[in-house]
Design a protein around this ligand. Structure first.
Ligand SMILES: Cc1ncc(COP(=O)(O)O)c(C=O)c1O
Length: 369
């Protein structure tokens, strides 16, 4: 079969993922060039004005992009989303006030990992799970019966491994809704006021790994968080502007550049529109392939950032992957727990990358179908 020879390589990794070209082009200059005082940003003390200015600009830009209400704190913390799997229960459970139980919706791989971790610190109650009798979908978001003494209700907004997303947010009444938005953060506008707490690790749409954004509503900082180690205690971090310990300055600086790039590209509505077009193009190619390719998630719950699909003839999967790589289409292997194929279409993936992928898929089908 004839493979593309344009020389462009398109990286469909689930994360760490492709960063915007404009950000990579600027990053070295901004981060590593020494200023008049003889220090580059990453060499300066985090207590000094230069690093504080970086933090402030990242926070301001993110606040503008998401229109974050004034009663929320924005923290840029060291570590990944999995640190938050423990930090969330340690901060929000409050047994002295009767808030002993943590409600979790089981939507797939990452929500199960989050609840397994939470079970070390709280009584976990699974309040919703997908009914396995149908095609893959997120749990229906109505009729959740939250338990007595519920400290919070946790969802995984976009399941990176399973390739599914919530089409609408559940209504949890007075119980704070907590969302792991790692793989959908900044892919579209998000109404922060619907949530008590939102977190996302950086290596998808924010920047390089090593940093996690936590956006937490002020009233939740009043919970005692007795078991939380200081760097994972939201109240202590908020009191010190996220600088209780050394913040991941390089990752935060790059995140600020990404936030600026999103704003200059039209903001989150423009991201959402571009992401919708990319995902539509790919799902249309899958659905229109007469069953040669199949997507396991029902249409209304399909992720626009992590498109999961299979070859009907699974014996062709390895050949697909190796031919795709030769054509410059890399990291299309599905997660080891579910197999198959997955194309991650984060903000920095242009339509041209997805067009190259669907053209390759059509050619592969022509040769093997
Ligand atoms: C939805 C989701 N949650 C949590 C994680 C774990 O993130 P980290 O590796 O930053 O701890 C991932 C990683 O891909 C993810 O996709």
């Amino acid at each position: 079969m004839t493979l593309s020879s344009s020389g462009t390589v398109w990286n469909f990794a689930a994360g760490p993922s492709r960063l915007p070209d404009a950000v990579l082009a600027r990053a070295g200059d901004v981060l590593f060039r020494r200023g008049a005082d003889g220090a580059a940003v990453i060499e300066r003390p985090f207590t000094g004005n230069a690093v504080r200015a970086v933090l402030e600009s990242a926070r301001e830009r993110l606040t503008q992009l998401l229109d974050i209400p004034a009663n929320y704190h924005v923290l840029f913390l060291a570590g990944g989303a999995m640190h938050q799997f423990s930090a969330v229960p340690m901060n929000l459970i409050d047994p002295a006030s009767g808030l002993r139980t943590a409600a979790y919706a089981d939507s797939g791989y990452w929500s199960r990992r989050a609840m397994r971790e939470a079970a070390r610190f709280a009584e976990v109650s699974v309040v919703a799970r997908h009914d396995g009798s149908q095609a893959l979908a997120a749990p229906a978001e109505d009729n959740w019966r939250l338990p007595q003494g519920c400290a919070y209700c946790h969802i995984t907004a976009n399941e990176t491994v399973d390739g599914l997303a919530y089409p609408a947010w559940p209504n949890t009444g007075d119980v704070p809704l907590v969302a792991d938005t790692t793989s959908s953060f900044l892919s579209a506008p998000l109404d922060i006021a619907r949530f008590g707490l939102v977190y996302a690790s950086a290596q998808k749409n924010i920047g390089p790994s090593g940093m996690t954004v936590v956006i937490v509503r002020e009233d939740l900082l009043r919970r005692p968080a007795q078991s939380a180690p200081s760097p994972l205690c939201y109240r202590l971090q908020a009191e010190q502007d996220g600088c209780l310990n050394t913040p991941p300055v390089m990752a935060i600086h790059l995140a600020a550049l990404v936030f600026q790039w999103i704003a200059e590209s039209g903001g989150l509505s423009a991201m959402a529109e571009a992401n919708r077009r990319k995902a539509e193009l790919l799902y249309r190619a899958i659905d229109g392939s007469d069953g040669f390719y199949t997507a396991p998630v029902i249409a209304a719950h399909r992720s626009i950032t992590n498109v999961r699909f299979h070859l009907a003839d699974v014996s062709l999967t390895e050949r697909f992957l190796s031919d795709a790589e030769k054509a410059g289409l890399i990291h299309l292997r599905g997660h080891r727990h579910v197999g198959g194929l997955r194309a991650s279409l984060y903000n920095a993936m242009p339509l041209a990358g997805v067009t190259a992928l669907v053209n390759f898929m059509a050619e592969f089908k022509r040769c093997k179908g």
